[in-house]
Design a protein around this ligand. Sequence first.
Ligand SMILES: Cc1ncc(COP(=O)(O)O)c(C=O)c1O
Ligand SMILES: [Zn+2]
Length: 373
Amino acid sequence: MAGLFCGGCGGKYSLDEPLWRCKCGSVLDIEFEATFPLKEIEGRAPTLWRYRESIPLAADGNIISMGEGLTPMIEEGVDGVSVWLKLEYMSPTGSFKDRGASVLVSKMRELGVKEAIEDSSGNAGCALAAYCAKARIDCHIFVPDRAPVEKVTQIGMYGARIERICGDREAVAAAALKAAERGYYASHSWNPFFLQGTKTIAFEICEQLNWSAPDTLILPIGNGTLLLGANSGFKDLVAGGIIERMPRLIGIQAEAYSPLFQMFKGGLEEIPAITGGDTIADGIAIAKPIRGRQIVRAILESKGDIFSVSEPQILESLEMMGRLGYYIEPTSAVAIAGAKTYLKRASSGETVVIPLTGTGLKATRKIMDLGAG
Ligand SMILES: Cc1ncc(COP(=O)(O)O)c(C=O)c1O
Ligand SMILES: [Zn+2]
């Protein structure tokens, strides 16, 4: 039966309980049987809602959509190797987070939520604020005081209340958690409905490859909402008999914030405590990812790997992508920097997909300050 379930205590709840975590304090996941009527899907509008049977929302009338999904996927040469780039930066608010926001805010409407609380370094806040505006839900976004001005301005333009918090992302999350005692915590890292949106990237990649799976997916990881979403989407496709095997998942972190890299390489059971340094990849400056153990497990199961990349490597990849015609965020360039290492050892003919997660237009000041361009 479909429902919310807890991997920590085995607890089960109805999909209609307004819970963002288990009563035992652990993260929740969603059990739901996805089906894929391919012929019908192919005739539907080009949004992620074309995979309607795979999204756990009861009534179509609750869908909040701004045309997100079905982003272009194009072939490009990176260091002489052909890869597929999925242009997630062409989403309505400029990042892949719109996938999660569309599904989460639709579910919030279904639950009758009137006030949403979220904490974010920027992109998730932009996405949530935009979709809440469309759904006429009050929205409060907690941001670090050093969050990029472009993203904070964008959040404000959508009419969300901005709460600036001094300190790191953990301090911001703690402040949001406190506020969530009176509103609904629409957290992209905790709330499992967010992952039901990000999982649609897997369906699209397969559809764009003529309903076949890629060999490898390379992506940046902070809280892992894209990686865990993709993992769950590919699992749905295997369970639905559309593809036979899972792709390899390769997660990339910035050296300055690499708790998952350290956990993976050290074979650790828990996420190590790290302080974090300076990085231009602000979207993934996460010291303690809530779903860290799930991320490492998914990568291990896929026979994948985690790499970390240095600041000069990120900058070099950012500039290289610009010269190829892609103006992306430094956080997105992290995946390219990791791919450059991965592709050196990849087998020939491997189908590699790299999502370009966010637009460079939101990082122009930072890119200028780096003296790039
Ligand atoms: C542009 C961009 N790319 C990648 C990420 C990584 O997000 P996650 O690890 O939650 O999938 C973020 C997170 O904010 C982001 O803003
Ligand atoms: Zn539990």
